[in-house]
Design a protein around this ligand. Sequence first.
Ligand code: AQP
Length: 349
Amino acid sequence: MTDAPQTTFEPLVFSGVQPTGNLHLGNYLGAIQRFVAMQDTHPCIYCVVDLHAITATLVQPDLVQQTREVTAAFLAAGIDPKRNIVFNQSRVHEHAELAWVFNCVARLGWLNRMTQFKDKAGKDRENASTGLYAYPNLMAADILVYRATHVPVGEDQKQHLELARDIAQKFNNDFAGRIAELGLGDAFFPLPEPLIQGPATRVMSLRDGTKKMSKSDPSDYSRINLTDDQDTIAQKFRKAKTDPEPLPTEPKGLENRPEADNLVGIYAALSGDTREAILGQYGGGQFSTFKQALTDLAVTKLAPINAEMKRLLADPGHIDAVLKDGGERASAIAAPVMDAVKDVVGFLR
Ligand code: AQP
């Protein structure tokens, strides 16, 4: 037991998106739309995680442009870079520095359980980069270098968040004596809480309702990209896989019908309506009618974001200035935390 005062952490939101290609409806509904909502209730830090982008594929086609595109999507969706911090990860060297310390905190057994590594490395595990394997340690550093308390993410990131909590807990426990001696309270890091909320925490592929919608799916018909135009969105929903039954009249009828469940979930997330209300309106009818309504709704929601992204991308100087300013403000928070970590670990400085 320690007599150190109990540490309280100010609520702070952190989350990130990789600049690895076309952002899709899953990224938007599972993450970015949630980011926008969080800024009304919390201070928020939103990061374009470019260090993560090279873990699966080292040589990216155009990392600068991909970074600008994710930033444009953040801004076009409604994230205010003045009220919040928006920046790209590689500008703030403390992320990588803390990740190294966390490489030494996290246990191999913990990382061996990460299902995303297994999925992404596939059968050719020997050939996966060590960065892909240690990705969750860097993700823990991204969050904890700001001592962030809340992390809005999609379902697929739940396990990584649990690992971040385990890392924070182990650091706090292993260095408890040093943390108290330095007058840093009874815990140095908060245990960050995942916020996995809303009707679209796991948007599925339009071609296979059992697979996550993903940037890396070879079929472009599996996803709606934020940059798709109206005709492409209509075509993709028209071709989306369904089963031969009509839509059920209540949510229970969506059980064991992954494709139907996914389309209704997308509609719910875009409209803000409940599944009950949607099925009350479209249940019993043909899929084609519902798909047309879904297309109209998606176009109404995505067209303004798409247009604003185009406008922003025509002025890369503005986007770069936002990231530079955000990077400076992020560094101002991360630097003293990293200095304190060095003191806790015992590095001479
Ligand atoms: N299908 C999804 N449904 C709901 N949320 C999703 N997210 C990703 N896919 C879905 C959430 O989007 C945020 C940013 O994800 P990311 O780009 O950093 O990484 P990812 O999860 O690896 O995304 P992708 O698109 O699926 O890329 P690949 O194909 O490379 O695996 C995260 O909050 C994530 O949960």
